[in-house]
Design a protein around this ligand. Structure first.
Ligand SMILES: N[C@@H](CCC(=O)N[C@@H](CS)C(=O)NCC(=O)O)C(=O)O
Length: 238
């Protein structure tokens, strides 16, 4: 089997990785035990690089084309897949061993993906502010220019209201975890839902200031540090 190729986003951090969307396919590939290599792309070059390999485009609010990461290229089948959820779906269909959508749960997990993002999206300007700090100045400038089309400036990582909203969002996710008997959102059955939750927590751990990460780590009795550790272990990334 030839290694699959995952396109992820470069940063100044040791080991590069930070962004939650490419983290999700990295966790899935590792969980399923599939061989893969990662190609790191600067955020400012994503559109040029993904257009060149045949990634799918969508539109920015100003009507211009945007190509996004993650993209997965599978030399075993010739497939080039854009979007973390579509990549998860492709990997599940093509490599069904070690399911991430157990018991025909893909449609429910698609709904979960959107509900989960809906809890984080209102606070995203603060997390984006921290994410810009791990990019080169030119890339951070590009990031702010393009992403401010989605969330108008000013952004700041200290907005009390963002922190209150983020904590409220995690209280909701905590309630979801409390409804099950096992350690996963589906009880004793591991699924892509837990990967989604862990990859966002990993983002905070990677980009936030030490005291901000300590604050998140204290929420819900340390639940989020535990979920991240459990998912990393399950996916053989720890
Ligand atoms: N829904 C997509 C979102 C992907 C996305 O927003 N990717 C960002 C980086 S995390 C991107 O590539 N942006 C390119 C740009 O804004 O130029 C997914 O889950 O893969």
């Amino acid at each position: 089997m030839q290694p699959l190729v995952l396109y992820d986003i470069l940063s100044d951090l040791p080991g590069n990785n930070w962004s939650p969307n490419p983290a999700k396919p990295r966790f899935v590939l590792s969980y399923k035990g599939l061989p893969f290599v990662t190609l790191w792309v600067d955020y400012a070059d994503i559109s040029i690089a993904m257009k060149a390999i045949g990634g799918k485009s969508s539109k920015r609010p100003d009507g211009s084309d945007v190509y996004s990461i993650p993209v997965l290229s599978d030399p075993n089948t010739g497939a080039i897949i854009t979007d973390s959820l579509e990549i998860a779906s492709y990997l599940e269909k093509t490599y069904p061993e070690k399911p991430i959508f157990p018991n025909s749960s893909e449609s429910l997990i698609r709904a979960f993906d959107s509900d989960h993002l809906g809890l984080i999206q209102p606070t995203i300007r603060s997390i984006w502010t921290r994410s810009m700090e791990i990019m080169s100045p030119a890339t951070a400038k590009f990031f702010m220019e393009v992403r401010s089309q989605d969330v108008p400036l000013p952004w700041d990582a200290n907005y009390d209201e963002d922190w209150a909203l983020l904590e409220k969002g995690y209280n909701t996710i905590y309630e979801w975890y409390q409804k099950t008997d096992g350690k996963w959102l589906m009880g004793d059955t591991f699924s892509y839902e837990d990967i989604i939750v862990a990859c966002y927590v990993l983002w905070y751990k990677r980009v936030m200031k030490e005291e901000e990460w300590a604050r998140i780590s204290s929420w819900n009795g340390g639940k989020w540090v535990q979920v991240l550790a459990d998912v990393e272990k399950e996916c053989k990334l720890a």
